[in-house]
Design a protein around this ligand. Structure first.
Ligand SMILES: CCCCC/C=C\CCCC/C=C/C(=O)SCCNC(=O)CCNC(=O)[C@H](O)C(C)(C)COP(=O)(O)OP(=O)(O)OC[C@H]1O[C@@H](n2cnc3c(N)ncnc32)[C@H](O)[C@@H]1OP(=O)(O)O
Length: 263
């Protein structure tokens, strides 16, 4: 692992930005249309991420569109971090809703093909990109809400956990959890810490040791998600919730985030 991290430290995000040439307005899949509301002013899309920014509210919707299952490949993670960095630098953006364009899947977690038969350099680069995604999301100074409109195992669950609030579709077929143990791997300590910070020690112990995948109702009971709503209300509820959070006086909902504020 130390070797992997050493390799990864050499890798710069800006280099990947240049290589990818992201944010072509007309890129992406034809079946995935932007859901622009009349008052929204801007949308940008790279091949795997769609960002729709509503300048009147300061709320951006970041939609993952990496079929078939929104797996977190190196290219996806790079585009994701770049999109989030751009929003972070945009003074008009105060909140980000993270969701999926794919039916039934929020994210399947790390792309398994990125970890199989690859060079140490590639593995280092990939692992750095995973960490960067988490750092950007968990340390964001914007309000972040996960609108979980499908299953979200392992790294997909980590993404949701790294947001400030989680709203999940109450579909009995969807599941969420850090199920690494069931896959024969141990969840890294920062996956574990993110879970502990959300559900507490005992629930996290059980969850990690048994590699539990929770149904939506069980995820709510455990505190893994904060709210269940009908599937077609996930995004609108996320939007309403964001508006409430952003209305907290003095932007204290942002300033009181223990992850980004030392006071
Ligand atoms: C590189 C160095 C690393 C060093 C560190 C070492 C270890 C650290 C471990 C870190 C912790 C790991 C975290 C992870 O996230 S590991 C990934 C865990 N995720 C899974 O196991 C998800 C597996 N997938 C599923 O459970 C299901 O696919 C589903 C997401 C529930 C969707 O089910 P369904 O709608 O029935 O679709 P299919 O199962 O038919 O899948 C469709 C195609 O998608 C491919 N697929 C699925 N998951 C992944 C994935 N994670 N990565 C890549 N590809 C994936 C699947 O193979 C199908 O492909 P096909 O159509 O070509 O057959």
């Amino acid at each position: 692992m130390a070797t992997l991290l050493k390799h990864s430290a050499k890798y710069a995000l800006s280099g990947r930005l240049a290589r990818l040439g992201v944010h072509s307005r007309h890129g992406g899949l034809q079946c995935l249309q932007p859901r622009l509301l009349p008052h929204q002013r801007s949308a940008s899309t790279s091949s795997k991420i769609l960002v729709e920014m509503d300048d009147s509210t300061g709320i951006a919707v970041l939609t993952m569109k990496n079929p078939p299952v929104n797996s977190l490949s190196l290219d996806f993670l790079t585009e994701f971090s770049i999109s989030l960095e751009k929003l972070e630098l945009d003074r008009g953006c105060r909140g980000v809703i993270l969701t999926s364009a794919l039916p039934k899947i929020f994210s399947a977690g790390l792309d398994i093909m990125e970890m199989y038969g690859k060079s140490p350099e590639h593995c280092g680069e990939f692992w750095k990109a995973v960490q960067e995604m988490w750092l950007r999301l968990y340390g964001s100074s914007m309000i972040t809400i996960a609108a979980i409109n499908g299953s979200s195992p392992a790294g997909g669950c980590l993404m949701a956990l790294a947001c400030d609030y989680r709203i999940m579709a109450e579909n009995p077929k969807y599941s969420i959890g850090l199920n690494e143990t069931q896959l024969g791997i141990v969840a890294p300590f920062w996956f574990k810490d993110t879970l502990v910070n959300t559900v507490g020690n005992r629930a996290a112990e059980l969850s990690l040791q048994l590699g539990l995948l929770y149904s939506a109702p069980d995820a709510l009971r455990t505190g893994l998600v904060d709210l269940l709503v009908p599937e077609d209300k996930v995004l609108s509820t996320a939007s309403q919730t964001m508006t409430q959070w952003l209305a907290i006086p003095g932007e204290n909902a942002i300033g009181s985030n223990p992850r980004v504020s030392s006071s």
